[in-house]
Design a protein around this ligand. Structure first.
Ligand SMILES: [Zn+2]
Length: 152
């Protein structure tokens, strides 16, 4: 049976946040008050990840009086990305996919995330940064153990 994936559109709706699609040229997304603007030309998976990322900013109460999040240190940004990954990825499913998939692309597709989000999730679970699936598989017992411990 297919495990259901986190749905950021549902969360936005429940939180009273509107999602709008815009022809941005240089940025992927923007949070202004209770509206998330997403670049229209991103694919479905990129939009899913970016919306989640903006929802994390929102849920952390980052909006200032101007209605904008005014930016972060690199360290904070890292934490935000890791929390984004934790919302998007279920550890148990990732463990299963590590054992059964032949490429990171396939794993990303199954999880409906970009590969960057998978690496952010590994960071969140304190898995050392592997370059490719081959090395991940070679250390799969360690990876699976850490991912299982770090997942909700
Ligand atoms: Zn923020």
């Amino acid at each position: 049976m297919e495990q259901s994936l986190y749905d950021p559109y549902l969360e936005a709706k429940v939180s009273g946040i509107k999602v709008r699609f815009i022809c941005f040229k240089k940025i992927n997304s923007l949070l202004v008050q209770s509206v998330v603007y997403l670049r229209k030309s991103m694919n479905k998976i990129e939009k899913r990840c970016r919306l989640t990322y903006e929802l994390v900013h929102y849920s952390r109460g980052h909006l200032t009086l101007t209605g904008l999040c005014e930016g972060h240190t690199a360290q904070e940004e890292d934490k935000i990305r890791q929390e984004t990954a934790n919302r998007l990825i279920k550890g148990t499913k990732l463990c299963f996919l590590i054992e059964s998939c032949i490429s990171m692309d396939k794993i990303a597709e199954e999880l409906q995330v970009t590969k960057d989000v998978i690496y952010d999730y590994f960071k969140y679970c304190k898995v050392k940064p592997f370059d490719d699936l081959k090395s991940i598989k070679r250390h799969s017992s360690v990876v699976v153990c850490k991912v299982s411990a770090g997942s909700y």
